[in-house]
Design a protein around this ligand. Structure first.
Ligand code: DGL
Length: 270
């Protein structure tokens, strides 16, 4: 058993979709969450900048003696290099591999859509991971850069017309592509899942990176005897780099809990 906390980070609120799954599948784990709300979005930035930010985020989490780190961010997961992962003192989990695996398992017609930030789609990481499992798959990628600011501004209600219009603009073309599976390649996107489902059609399987990553993490932790021995719900400690009040308000709604332990922090000087 290992009672140290799990470290989770994202550019903002999106990684909370992974925390939501920890609450469901690994509730007794202690969690330290960092959302880089002061520098969101990551997805429009250069690969070098994203890697630098991710290193600072990870450094911050390592100060808490975390037992592992989850990059609950499709953008970081797509570009963070293997050689840097190998040097980390604790296991590192990206969302790409488990999400690609889940998409390949449910995909029946060989056509898989991938939506994400510009950097994530440009990196081709999801496509590469899919083709390693299913070489014949046709992968259709589409960046949806406006989704992250919409979510960060709380425009996530199922009847939000602006988000629905934006979704139509990005996703209508998938109708002609005849995909049966769509990877929500950015962890912010499951927060507008119902709107996306309405636009692409209920017959398209939507794959949530937070859910798939935590399912695979649970198997890994069980196999490696890394689960927490608590029987009660673990602690949740949240940090954000700016706009703490709006982070708290939206996070409380998303997680259905009071954000009691939530502070602002600057990780850039780490
Ligand atoms: N949640 C991040 C992701 O999964 C959002 C990226 C951004 O900040 O642009 O890609």
């Amino acid at each position: 058993m290992d009672n140290r906390p799990i470290g989770v980070f994202d550019s903002g609120l999106g990684g909370l979709t992974a925390v939501r799954q920890i609450n469901r599948l690994l509730p007794s784990e202690n969690v330290i969450y960092f959302g880089d709300t002061g520098r969101v979005p990551y997805g429009t930035r250069s690969k070098e900048t994203i890697i630098k930010y991710a290193e600072q985020d990870i450094e911050f989490l390592l100060d808490f003696d975390v037992k592992l780190v989850i990059a609950a961010c499709g953008t970081v997961s797509s570009v963070f290099p293997e050689e840097k992962i190998k040097k980390l003192p604790v296991p590192y989990f990206s969302v790409v591999q488990p999400t690609a695996q889940a998409a390949c398992s449910v995909n029946a017609n060989g056509k898989i859509g991938v939506i994400g930030t510009a950097s994530a789609v440009r990196s081709g990481a999801y496509g590469k991971a899919i083709r390693a499992i299913k070489p014949e798959a046709r992968v259709i990628g589409k960046p949806c850069p406006l989704f992250v600011p919409l979510v960060e501004n709380g425009m996530i209600a199922d009847d939000c017309k602006i988000t629905e219009l934006t979704a139509k603009m990005y996703l209508d073309s998938f109708q002609a592509e005849d995909i049966d599976t769509l990877i929500l390649g950015c962890t912010h996107y499951p927060l507008i899942r119902n709107i996306i489902a309405k636009v692409v059609g209920e017959n398209v399987n939507l794959i949530d990176p937070g859910e798939e990553t935590i399912k695979s993490l649970r198997s890994y932790m069980t196999a490696n005897n890394m689960l927490n021995s608590n029987t009660k719900k673990g602690t949740r400690t949240y940090y954000a780099s700016d706009n703490i009040d709006s982070f708290k308000e939206i996070a409380a709604k998303l997680l259905g809990e009071k954000m009691e332990d939530c502070s602002v922090v600057n990780v850039a000087d780490n």
